[in-house]
Design a protein around this ligand. Structure first.
Ligand SMILES: Cc1ncc(COP(=O)(O)O)c(C=O)c1O
Length: 369
């Protein structure tokens, strides 16, 4: 039977009922407003701002421009301390802004930047910390906040994975000077393509408004800007997806529990559940003992039409265009981490097959019995 299964990918985009999306689209048809800060975009922004209880939230064309424009809105210059364990966009956004990434290794318990290593990396040119709540696991926001205050640094969180994650009962987006979100179709909440920037300061938010939209308001030009606007068609998808997010998180929680159960005695590492954190179960990565095990599991699953992804590889200090400073924990994690298929509605059989394949690879003798 295994040969007949449809290909299973690491994620499958959630689609709301077609009619609900069409209802939102009809609004755009009725107004003929399709972009330029239209009413659906404004409604989405206000709904999300209230949901996260943050003072300012602006939608963006995608999560990469969200990081770039957040850096600009906060006037970040020079060197930016950042995590090497994230999606490539975290680093490329720094480079596109003409800034220098300084990689600080991660905490092996959370995969987020290790605050104990940050101070040693600060120099007179350092102006900001850009850290990722990777897999939706919150960074040590309190420690980072204390360091940033002591050294006068801005803090930007790449919260692309952290939609609806809370810490001590409050949205994780309430921390830092800025948080950026991605609403890409692969994300828990999506607008097909899209993103947002959360800010806490009115002046920075005003700069962001201009940066997002060519630097002008009507015929008055104020600053250099670009086009990072979200369209009404994208915001319509967001409004249609939003009512289903809680259910998606519950479903993901159940799939995660089943994976945990199947993998329990295999010695394969799974994500931590942190105290005082409400997780969103955005990803299900496993940490293999070695790179060889990771490769064997990936290949064996691929033969069974189950396609995994190396989230996150490479360690970003190893990109061909970065400075290559050593971050051994991140480099090891990038070698052994493998994200398994994980989405509501995923066939149960996938979990069983993953369990069987993992056992075969990590302990072939036992798997035969
Ligand atoms: C951690 C992280 N940052 C930034 C991005 C970039 O977001 P986008 O694809 O919306 O540009 C992504 C994902 O795509 C991501 O995973």
């Amino acid at each position: 039977m295994s040969g007949t299964m449809e290909p299973i990918y690491v994620t499958k985009t959630f689609l709301p009922p077609e009619e609900e999306y069409l209802q939102w689209l009809r609004k755009a048809y009725s107004t003929h407003v399709l972009t330029n800060n239209g009413p659906i975009v404004r409604e989405l922004e206000e709904t999300l701002r209230a949901r996260f209880d943050v003072p300012y939230l602006r939608s963006m064309a995608n999560g990469t421009l969200a990081i770039q424009l957040a850096l600009r809105a906060l006037n970040v210059k020079g060197k930016v301390i950042t995590t090497p364990f994230s999606y490539v966009a975290t680093t490329s956004a720094i480079l596109w802004e003409g800034l220098e990434p300084v990689f600080v290794d991660i905490d092996p318990a959370t995969f987020c930047i290790d605050p104990n290593l940050i101070e040693a990396a600060i120099t007179p040119d350092t102006t900001a910390i850009l850290a990722t709540h990777v897999y939706g696991i919150p960074c040590d926001v309190e420690a980072i906040d204390a360091i940033a205050k002591k050294h006068g640094l801005k803090v930007i969180y790449d919260a692309a994975h952290a939609f609806d994650v809370t810490y001590k009962g409050r949205s994780i987006l309430q921390w830092g000077d800025a948080s950026t979100l991605s609403f890409h179709a692969t994300k828990l909440f999506h607008t097909v393509e899209g993103g947002a920037v959360v800010l806490h300061d009115a002046d920075a938010d005003e700069r962001l408004r201009l940066l997002r939209s060519f630097g002008h308001i009507g015929d008055e030009h104020f600053s250099l800007g670009m086009n990072a606007k979200m369209s009404e068609v994208h915001a319509a998808m967001g409004m249609a997806v939003l009512p289903y997010v809680e259910q998606c998180i519950r479903d993901r929680g159940m799939i995660r529990a089943r994976y945990d159960e199947v993998l329990r005695d295999t010695g394969i590492g799974v994500l931590p559940t942190l105290r005082r954190v409400e997780h969103n179960y955005a990803y299900y990565p496993v940490l293999c003992e070695t790179g060889e095990h990771r490769q064997a599991i990936q290949e064996e699953l691929g033969r069974r039409n189950i396609f995994t992804r190396r989230y996150f590889y490479p360690s970003l200090n190893k990109l061909p265009y970065t400075n290559g400073a050593s971050t051994p924990v991140s480099e090891h994690t990038a070698e052994v981490a493998l994200s398994l298929p994980f989405y509501p509605g995923m066939p149960d059989r996938v979990i069983e097959i993953v369990g069987t394949v993992v056992r075969q690879v990590v302990d072939p003798a036992k798997a035969l019995n």
